[in-house]
Design a protein around this ligand. Structure first.
Ligand SMILES: [Zn+2]
Length: 75
């Protein structure tokens, strides 16, 4: 019974390529070097967009704070 379970687990135990979704061995993340590169590129682009959003957010909060401080100084 336990043996049967182990066999079943072995069949289920696989991953999918993070780029194209192809079934791959569990110790791998991508089916090919090209898929890895594609994923890395997409991730780097995402990180850059996230960074820019954070900077915009910081600038917005910063200018808001400056406006508030200036207002309280004027009054
Ligand atoms: Zn792939």
């Amino acid at each position: 019974m336990s043996r049967k379970k182990a066999v079943k687990l072995k069949i289920v135990d696989h991953r999918h390529c993070l780029t194209c979704g192809k079934a791959i061995p569990p110790d791998k993340e991508f089916c090919s070097e090209e898929c890895r590169k594609k994923y890395e590129r997409a991730r780097m682009r995402e990180e850059r967009v996230k960074k820019i959003l954070w900077i915009m957010y910081a600038v917005m909060i910063g200018s808001l704070l400056i406006v508030i401080v200036l207002r309280t100084m004027i009054h």
